[in-house]
Design a protein around this ligand. Structure first.
Ligand code: AGP
Length: 366
């Protein structure tokens, strides 16, 4: 497929700018009857595994919070590289495997599926390519419909994958009678609103991310720290920084920060906090932010635009990036964008081959 950069310097930047339209396309592409069917597969399964790699795995980790909170179901989330080696014992005819792969061609995902199918499991595939092997191996697949993604660092496919998983969790929740149809509809409206606000605010978020990237470019290494629903996003942010800018970063669960990771924090070290979406979790993270500031480390805090603490920190001279305010379960989608832009702008500043990082390919088929 020939995809032009459309006036952008890199595919990655174009693709981040396409996040809002991709969200809307995903919403109109995932058909209601297939979502109902997916919800039935989830609620009817004896046990559920979510398998994927890299960015798709991080989406799967966030989805485990969706399923647990909205449908009272706790799937096991694992790397597709681990699944066929360590998880087959309990895979059988009552098992549902939710396989996520934007390319639909990732080798570890496909070999996991062969093993799972041999044992009689049902496969729900989630992919951006309807003609992919993943789609063909699935009993039911749902399209991510983000449009072709060229840059190796995945961006718009991540946010749209999260959206598909959220829709499946909502459908499961509805089928378990945990939410009313009106609530399901309201939550779909919130996605549209988020896409619209993101579209309006992307340039502003980019300008804040660019300033933050300037500061981080002076550091040798860093952490991305968060908890709960946005903890997997910390892992994703660290992965994006590595791929797009060759900047060494590690995702840290905020509660673990003081149990070891803090030892490295000092001047010349970047500590990027993603403000947790729950008030209690956010408050529990404030002391870590202060601890990092006291060391003279470079501190960046990413949070929702109306977050009071974020405003206070910014007035106090801390570098902040303000993401679009949205409902709690959609926050990982909203907060992914500043992290993606941060990684992109840092890669640009450090003159990295952003779309084609060394040693990596778009689909790891072996
Ligand atoms: C994402 O930025 C990476 N390029 C990589 O981790 C990727 O997500 C992983 O290889 C899985 O790819 P898939 O979604 O096509 O299966």
């Amino acid at each position: 497929i020939l995809v032009e950069k459309g006036g952008y310097k890199h595919h990655m930047l174009r693709e981040i700018n396409e996040v809002p339209e991709a969200l809307l396309r995903t919403l109109s592409s995932v058909q209601k009857r297939y979502l109902n069917l997916a919800g039935r597969l989830v609620t009817g399964a004896d046990n559920i595994y979510i398998i994927a790699n890299g960015t798709s795995l991080h989406a799967g980790m966030i989805a485990s919070y969706y399923f647990s909170e909205l449908a009272g179901i706790s799937p096991i989330v694992t790397s597709a590289a681990e699944f066929p080696l360590y998880y087959l014992e309990n895979v059988g005819p009552g098992t549902l495997v939710i396989a996520i792969s934007q390319s639909g061609e990732t080798g570890d995902v496909l070999s996991s599926l062969y093993e799972a199918k041999l044992r009689g499991a049902t496969i729900l595939g989630i992919t951006n390519y309807v003609g992919s092997r993943l789609a063909r191996l699935s009993n039911l697949y749902l399209p991510i419909a983000a449009g072709p993604e060229i840059a190796v660092p995945a961006t718009k496919t991540f946010t749209s994958t999260l959206q598909v998983l959220y829709l499946v969790a909502l459908s499961s929740s509805r089928q378990k009678g945990k939410i009313e149809e009106s609530e399901q509809k309201a939550r779909l409206e919130a996605i549209k609103k988020l896409a619209q606000s993101l579209d309006e605010r992307l340039a502003f978020i980019d300008s804040e991310a660019t300033k933050a990237a300037e500061k981080i470019s002076l550091c040798r290494s860093g952490y991305v720290v968060s908890r709960g629903l946005t903890y997997p996003l910390a892992l994703e942010g660290a992965l994006k920084l590595k791929e797009a800018s060759y900047f060494h970063a590690e995702g840290v669960e905020a509660g673990e920060f003081k149990h070891g990771p803090f030892v490295l924090v000092e001047q010349g070290f970047a500590t990027i906090f993603i403000m947790p979406v729950e008030k209690v979790s956010a408050e529990a993270t404030f002391p870590s932010i202060e601890m990092a500031r006291q060391t003279g480390a470079t501190v960046v805090v990413i949070g929702s635009e109306n977050n009071q603490k974020l405003l206070e920190l910014s007035q106090d001279g801390v570098t902040t990036i303000r993401a679009v305010e949205t409902e709690r379960h959609l926050a990982p989608i909203s907060l992914a964008v500043p992290l993606q832009l941060l990684a992109y702008r840092l890669g640009e500043k450090l003159n990295r081959p952003i779309d084609t990082p060394r040693h990596l390919v778009k689909a790891v088929t072996q």
